[in-house]
Ligand binder design. Structure first.
Ligand code: BJW
Ligand code: ZN
Length: 245
């Protein structure tokens, strides 16, 4: 038997299922997780040191080059069986909420709708100075050296920055509010492919557990269960989620 009987039962009788995802859900598509070691020009850098407004202000070409490299990678990969299984799960429960920390668009490309992106998106750049949105007009063009000067805002000439949430920045208010409400009212939460290190997103499974929801972690690493209604299914999301369906 693959999943504990209690997990199967919780899925069968779930009235409001929340799926909360992190970088691990996209790993099997070939997207490195956030805390994987970096390669190329960035290999001696901790991603946490690059994902800050200070790093961008100090060295925009370096940071923008990293994000353009990631945007290019995303345009070359496809959703994997985990993304597809999550889109399928949505159709099988009375109420469903998908909350992701990911800045990719692989959930949407697998057919999920109304995805709550807590940490923004690689595809919604805006001006670092005035905040006006900017539209990409071309596919990422990478230089051999990998540093790329960001485009300039046509209103104020400020540097264009990625539309993601960096450390020290607030999460988008509407998305966070909707996510917070969902975890307070759900009866089952699947936490998929996240290290649970980054707050306030990491609180969400804890809040669901405090409100008596069953919380199931799906991760190749063993995750500690938060309450007695908590489970850790150890393995790759692309293998476990299709089995749950
Ligand atoms: C698989 C798999 C497979 C592999 N299948 N699984 C409270 C306490 C302490 C600190 C704070 C706190 N509150 C706020 C903070 C500060 C900070 C924070 O949390 N710091 C911690 C590091 C300690 N938080 C913030 O600054 C947040 N803002 C905020 O709180 O605003 C209020 C405020 C304002 C001013 C001052 C202070 C507070 C903002 C956080 C924004 C995070 N942004 C990033 C970068 C986005 C852009 C980008 O991508 O470059 O978001 S950080 C990064 O981490 C990214 C991710 O979304 C996020 C989470 O990472 P995730 O998804 O869990 O990935 P990994 O790599 O960590 O884990 C992958 C997992 O997958 C692993 O477990 C693998 O085992 C698993 N896996 N293969 C299933 N096949
Ligand atoms: Zn501007």
């Amino acid at each position: 038997m693959f999943a504990p009987e209690d997990v199967k039962k919780a899925l069968e009788k779930a009235q409001h299922l929340v799926v909360f995802t992190g970088a691990g859900v996209s790993a099997e598509s070939g997207v490195p997780t956030f805390r994987d070691a970096l390669t190329g020009l960035w290999e001696n850098f901790d991603p946490e040191a690059l994902a800050t407004p200070e790093a961008f202000a100090e060295n925009p070409d370096f940071v923008w080059g990293w994000y353009e490299w990631r945007r290019k990678l995303l345009l070359e990969v496809q959703p994997n069986p985990a993304h597809i299984a999550i889109a399928e799960l949505a159709k099988r429960v009375p109420k469903f909420t998908l909350i992701t920390q990911n800045v990719d668009d692989l959930h949407e490309r697998a057919g999920s709708t109304d995805v709550l992106h807590l940490h923004g998106s690689l595809f919604t750049p805006r001006c670092f100075d005035c905040g006006r949105s900017y539209e990409f007009t071309q596919a990422p063009t990478l230089t051999k050296e990998q540093r790329i000067t960001p485009p300039q805002c046509e209103h104020c000439s400020g540097n264009i920055r990625p539309g993601v949430v960096w450390f020290g920045e607030s999460l988008p208010e509407a998305e966070f509010k909707a996510a917070f409400e969902a975890v307070q009212s759900c009866d089952l939460l699947l936490s998929v492919g996240t290290s649970g290190m980054v707050y306030p997103a990491a609180q969400l499974p804890e809040i669901a557990a405090q409100n008596n929801a069953t919380v199931v972690h799906i991760n190749p690493q063993k995750m500690s269960a938060i309450t007695r209604h908590g489970y850790s299914l150890q393995g790759a999301a692309g293998e476990i989620l299709p089995l749950l369906i």
